[in-house]
Design a protein around this ligand. Structure first.
Ligand code: MRU
Length: 353
């Protein structure tokens, strides 16, 4: 979104928007210690899988730059610890682990023989991860254009826009690309309980972009499909298994079932860095459980009886059978995913994400 940056490297620090303050206040926070970055990811100062990946990359760069290690060997051991600490912040987003693994791989290059060059390589790799994300998202938007009819009524869950990425967005970026290419679109924005990423963040972004939208409560999606009509659903992803099963914000699975019942196409949108070919299916995805207060309280006010038992899984898994297509920077992948994702991921010809 023009005028503000979700995350960037400024004067030896990582600067990010504190997304907990939006839409009321646009506040930036800066960190120079990787532990602070891990805490910011955990507290959802920054959130959304690709943005978390970029933050983790910069966290690794901070760990390298501020290290007092006396030898390359010692620095490399410290970076493994930093990757572990950052990975513990939010376990579901594959981009987080993909980003820290990239920094580890780069800094393990044995041609880097001194501390200065290892530190420089860590920062350079983190910058590449962040900068490439913008181009990847634009490609995703272009790849999806044929799937978006003019006058499309789009149902979107959570926030997958500029704020969830380094810029432009993935699923919301698809709506944005269609709009920028002259198509009329209207986005129905799931509010996304409990943290209201849709009502707070997606609505804010669409407002800035001038894209028409309507905020709905999550439980209205079935009725909206039946009474008004929805042409397609667009959702993001935190981790996609080799068979296409997809972890995304809690409520995505419900939405997929409703879309299936109404014969509405259900598109999962994300970069290939979100695809985890090391796991066969969604049962293997680690689903983050978040604090009960997110459910028991709204804006600091308790809404449940004192001591009410709560379950608060941050994500759910949508079985591949309910996903019409998976849209990435490499193109549109359709079932059977077990074959087509493998073929797409092994295609070295397009873009190395
Ligand atoms: O808990 P969040 O806000 O990090 O969850 C975000 C989502 O579930 C997004 O759909 C996903 O990370 C993709 S963001 C482009």
């Amino acid at each position: 979104v023009a005028g503000y940056k979700t995350i960037e490297w400024v004067d030896g620090k990582v600067r990010m928007i504190d997304q907990r303050q939006l839409p009321h206040t646009l506040v930036y926070v800066e960190y120079e210690d990787y532990h602070q970055v891990a805490q910011a990811i955990r507290d959802m100062v920054i959130r959304g899988a690709p943005a978390i990946g970029a933050a983790a990359g910069y966290g690794m760069a901070l760990a390298a730059l501020h290290s007092r290690a006396a030898s390359p060997q010692e620095l490399r051991v410290e970076l493994i610890q930093a990757a572990h600490d950052l990975g513990a912040s939010r376990p579901t987003a594959h981009d987080l682990f993909w980003a820290t693994a990239r920094i580890l791989k780069r800094t393990n290059d044995k041609t880097l023989s001194d501390l200065v060059s290892i530190k420089a390589a860590a920062l350079e790799e983190a910058q590449q991860i962040a900068h490439a994300n913008i181009e990847i998202n634009r490609r995703i938007g272009l790849n999806a254009l044929p799937l978006i009819p003019d006058k499309a009524r789009i149902l979107h869950h959570c926030n997958t826009g500029s704020l969830a990425t380094v810029d432009y967005g993935t699923a919301l970026g698809v709506a944005r690309a269609a709009f920028e290419h002259g198509k009329q679109v209207h986005v129905y924005v799931d509010e996304t309980r409990p943290r209201l990423q849709g009502a707070r963040l997606t609505a804010w972004e669409l407002e800035q972009l001038g894209i028409p939208y309507t905020v709905i409560v999550d439980s209205a999606s079935g009725s909206i499909m039946r009474r008004i009509g929805i042409d397609l659903c667009l959702v993001g992803c935190d981790r996609i298994a080799a068979n296409g099963d997809t972890a995304n914000k809690i409520g995505t699975y419900n939405l997929a079932l409703i879309a299936h019942a109404h014969h509405v196409p259900f598109y999962v949108v994300g970069p290939t860095s979100t695809i985890d070919m090391s796991i066969c299916n969604g049962d293997e995805i680690n689903i983050e459980e978040r604090p009960a207060e997110e459910v028991t309280h709204i804006a600091g006010v308790q809404i449940t009886p004192e001591g009410a038992p709560v379950a608060n899984p941050a994500f759910d898994v949508t079985p591949a059978q309910y996903i019409t297509a998976i849209i990435t920077e490499r193109g549109i992948t359709r079932p059977p995913y077990i074959e087509n994702l493998a073929a797409m991921m092994s295609d070295k010809g397009i873009i190395q994400a």
